[in-house]
Ligand binder design. Structure first.
Ligand SMILES: *[C@@H]1O[C@H](CO)[C@@H](O)[C@H](O)[C@H]1NC(C)=O
Ligand SMILES: *[C@@H]1O[C@H](CO)[C@@H](O)[C@H](O)[C@H]1NC(C)=O
Length: 536
């Protein structure tokens, strides 16, 4: 009886917070108080079931949440000292569509409520479908912890009763990085992945090769990187790829490789001149030669594993089932300037445009035979429309296109990704965060069409960004994209989002991420005057 009375009084004292201003991207559902409660940096964690990946995620949580080190002395007796993390399906694989939902609850047993544990019985409970959901829960939790420099104590916001139920709106939330226009060090890619996880992004789309360079060193075709890289240093060994894939997976981030064919591939000819129309007219790749497809097959064998009877592939460098085969901006003039290719086209009664379509379908078939789900830029839909395999995912970068917009692709029943130029093209330096935030992938689509949009992301094309400034070009605009892809559709008001984005940018800076000022009209400009991180 007495206990009930105390509990009611405690509930009455708690006010509900309008919005937790340190959360980004905002969760699907938050019920929170407007108070704080002490939290102990040495809090006990119970992981059910324990795993190395979860232990690592917990380590990152502690480093982020308790960044100023452990509390000087004993924690306040009332402090939250227990964190329980339960993962329902610990064996879920990190693949497209994996369940990333989680529930996060922080509460205290009623004051004076006896019961074991003592210290007011405050605890945090995370309940997640998979460990990837649990990673997101810990990311959210770390954003709610603050430090009091005077007392040396940490506090959790949203108390006395915090309840977050969360799941992403879109399954695929990517950052495209382009290490073909400028090589990016594995450490720089790893740092981008670290920051992506802070914004709950989950796919690193790695544009590996282009006309300018082919930095990936593969056993199957050693001359590609030997002749195609910018320099002896600016290359990736197989071990670099494996390490990046593992680093990303520990953060719930998949690595989706892109081999852009048949255009954007002139670098291939430096090592393998036979796959190109001519030395001085090098792309698109030569469709008339068996060598072209033999080389492509050798690459696919190494990346995806050789085709096996049962469909499962063996010996893959990439665990990811999606593979991007580009297909964009193909200009066939070099085909039409080659006697060999002209004769080949004539013999088959094909136009150059037909040959492009056949090339795309052949490349798709070869990848599919090795278990891949193929992604391609929207030009492949413009050329092939409904004749594309039903499993194809079309990445739409030309929202203005009359033939291959998101509306066109999804109306044809295919799945799509949204990466509109310029709103989500991070190389457009004059697109500010509000323009990125304003892009709504499902604008003008029916509910059925919207359901076929699996996500999208920011594209950091690398012509004018390298290791010196890529991070500041990406952040904080990528955060605006991340919230659009994660949070409910109704969360779209720029004015309401701005203080939270400023806080998130401060958080990125605090964690050593080179995020440019939020107020920049041009991305990555330096701050204009002395001032706090949130004022820039
Ligand atoms: C693409 O969509 C637009 C707008 O809905 C429509 O006018 C056009 O006919 C479509 N094109 C194709 C090829 O389906
Ligand atoms: C952001 O860009 C839009 C145009 O896309 C412009 O209207 C707005 O004023 C810009 N905001 C800032 C802060 O520069």
């Amino acid at each position: 009886m007495r206990r009930t009375v105390v509990r009611l009084a405690w509930l009455a004292a708690a006010c509900t917070a309008e919005e937790l201003t340190t959360l980004w991207p905002y969760p699907a559902s938050v019920h929170a108080g407007d108070g704080t409660h002490p939290i102990c940096p040495g809090l006990r964690a119970r992981l059910e079931p324990a795993s190395r990946d979860l232990e690592r995620a917990l380590g990152r949580f502690r480093a982020h949440a308790f960044a100023h080190g452990p509390h000087g002395g004993e924690c306040d007796a009332r402090a939250i000292a227990e964190l329980r993390v339960r993962v329902r399906n610990a064996r879920a694989e990190l693949q497209a569509g994996v369940d990333e939902s989680y529930e996060l609850k922080a509460s205290c047993a009623a004051a004076g409520g006896g019961g074991g544990g003592g210290g007011g019985g405050c605890a945090i409970d995370v309940d997640a479908a998979t460990q990837f959901g649990a990673f997101h829960a810990l990311t959210t939790l770390a954003q709610l912890v603050s430090y009091d420099f005077a007392s040396g104590a940490y506090a959790l916001a949203g108390m006395p009763l915090l309840r977050v139920r969360d799941a992403p709106r879109f399954a695929h939330r990517e950052l495209l990085v382009d290490s073909a226009r400028h090589w990016l060090a594995p450490a720089a890619l790893g740092a981008l992945v670290d920051a992506m996880a802070m914004a709950k992004l989950n796919v690193l789309h790695w544009h590996l090769s282009d006309s300018t360079s082919f930095p990936l060193c593969l056993r199957a075709a050693p001359a590609l990187c030997a002749a195609g890289a910018f320099s002896a240093r600016e290359r990736y060994a197989r071990a670099d790829v494996a390490r990046l894939v593992a680093h990303a997976a520990q953060r719930g981030v998949r690595v989706l490789a892109e081999l852009d064919v048949p255009g954007h591939a002139a670098s291939w000819c430096r090592g393998y001149p036979r796959v190109c129309p001519a030395a001085d007219c090098a792309e698109p790749l030569n469709p008339a030669r068996a060598d072209t497809f033999a080389l492509l097959e050798a690459l696919l064998d190494e990346l995806l594993g050789a085709p096996a009877g049962g469909g499962a592939s063996r010996g893959a460098l990439l665990p990811e089932r999606l593979l991007h085969l580009g297909g964009d901006e193909v200009d066939t003039r070099c085909w039409e300037a080659s006697d060999e290719i002209i004769a080949w086209l004539r013999a088959r009664g094909l136009s150059a445009a037909d040959a492009y379509g056949r090339f795309v379908l052949r490349a798709h078939e070869l990848a599919a035979a090795r278990g891949a789900v193929v992604v391609g830029w929207d030009e492949i839909f413009e050329a092939l429309g409904g004749t594309l395999p039903r499993s194809t995912i079309v990445q739409v970068w030309r929202p203005w296109s009359r033939a291959s917009s998101l509306a066109n692709v999804t109306a044809a029943g295919l799945r799509a990704l949204s990466s509109p130029d310029p709103a989500w093209y991070l190389d457009s330096l004059d697109v500010n965060w509000t323009a990125a935030y304003a892009h709504e992938p499902c604008d003008g689509l029916s509910a059925a069409q919207c359901a076929r949009v699996v996500g999208g992301g920011g594209a950091m094309w690398g012509e004018r960004a390298d290791g010196s400034d890529v991070e500041a070009t990406v952040w904080p605009r990528l955060a605006a994209i991340a919230e659009r892809l994660w949070s409910p559709r109704a969360r779209s008001e720029t004015a309401r989002a701005e203080p939270r984005l400023r806080a998130f940018r401060c958080l990125l800076l605090a964690r050593g991420v080179a995020a440019a000022p939020v107020g920049n009209a041009r991305a990555r400009d330096a701050p204009r005057a002395p001032g706090g991180c949130a004022e820039q």
